[in-house]
Design a protein around this ligand. Structure first.
Ligand code: ADE
Length: 292
């Protein structure tokens, strides 16, 4: 029932500290074995910083054929994931863990995931993630069990398993000790509200493309300024809407103003605006028609 590969370190939520326990309610536990048994997530589990238990919802179905879906009251196409097996599994989990932390339902109708939410989830010692299927889940699960409903984007997947993996991965890398370099999580895109600056490694010249001179001179302040400028310009070019929410210093504003003046000379802000509009609106045919 509880995947024996994913044993918790302790059942006492109080004692966990930086350790995060994630319990995933799914109809397809086998989907998780690749991503959770590889690379950083695997190491985080081995280091006992993270424990992921996979709970097969079907095991808690009390009907003869272990089905978990049913036709919707009121009619309509498709099937709905019933409340019973999910409530039963949650009851068992509550007994086993001594409580339930946040209960996250992955759904295209949820709040779009962003790094601030990931940071918030990573500060919890216990998360339950429910992977939806079919047309969605009985509303009583959402009303009574779910604390957070999360989407990974405005598109519909066949189930919540891939979104759950995305969330676990994003949360895991913020648990102290999971990433080798303490700095690397702090410096990534979004951690300061901006996109990341460009990175280079050897060789110095590759197919005629040179590493910017400033990165080679060992002058830390110049490198810091160059990287900051690049972050600002990258954000302005790709995600200008992020600038409104990013904490900007006066020197950042000077850099951005100058960049906009330079771009205006080239007629580019209009291009950025158009790109933004296309991104926001997308192709009308590709918009979600019926999120759960
Ligand atoms: N389930 C199906 N599509 C999803 C999405 N975009 N985000 C979260 N859960 C989902």
């Amino acid at each position: 029932m509880f995947n024996s590969n994913f044993e918790p370190r302790t059942s006492n939520l109080e004692l966990w500290g930086d350790f995060v326990q994630i319990d995933v309610f799914t109809l397809f536990p086998e989907m998780f074995s690749g991503p959770f048994d590889t690379s950083i997530i695997k190491k985080a589990r081995e280091k006992r910083l993270l424990s992921v238990d996979l709970i097969n919802i079907r095991d808690f179905s009390r009907n003869k054929h272990h089905t978990v879906d049913d036709t919707p009251y009121g009619g309509g196409a498709g099937m709905v994931m019933g409340a019973d097996a999910i409530f039963e599994a949650a009851d068992r989990l509550r007994d086993r863990r001594g409580g339930i932390g946040r209960f996250v339902y992955m759904s295209p109708a949820g709040v779009p995931l962003h790094q601030g939410m990931v940071r918030d989830f990573s500060s919890e010692s216990h998360l339950v993630i429910l992977c939806g299927h079919y047309e969605g889940v009985d509303q009583r699960v959402r009303d009574r069990l779910v604390t957070d409903e999360v989407s990974i984007g405005d598109y519909v997947l066949t189930g919540g398993e891939l979104p759950a993996m995305v969330l676990v991965d994003a949360v895991a890398r913020l648990i102290p000790g999971v990433l080798g370099e303490a700095a690397s999580a702090e410096e990534d895109s979004f951690s300061d509200g901006l996109l990341e600056y460009p990175h280079y490694t050897r060789p110095r010249v590759y197919r005629g493309m040179e590493v910017p001179e400033v990165l080679l001179n060992g002058h830390h302040e110049q490198i810091r300024l160059w990287r900051r400028r690049q972050s600002l310009l990258q954000t302005l070019a790709s995600r200008p809407e992020l600038l409104a929410g990013a904490p900007l210093a006066d020197e950042d504003r000077v850099i951005l103003k100058q960049a906009v003046i330079d771009l205006e000379k080239l007629g580019l802000p209009e291009e950025i605006g158009k790109k933004q509009k296309r991104r926001k609106e997308g192709n009308p045919e590709s918009r979600i028609q019926n999120p759960e």
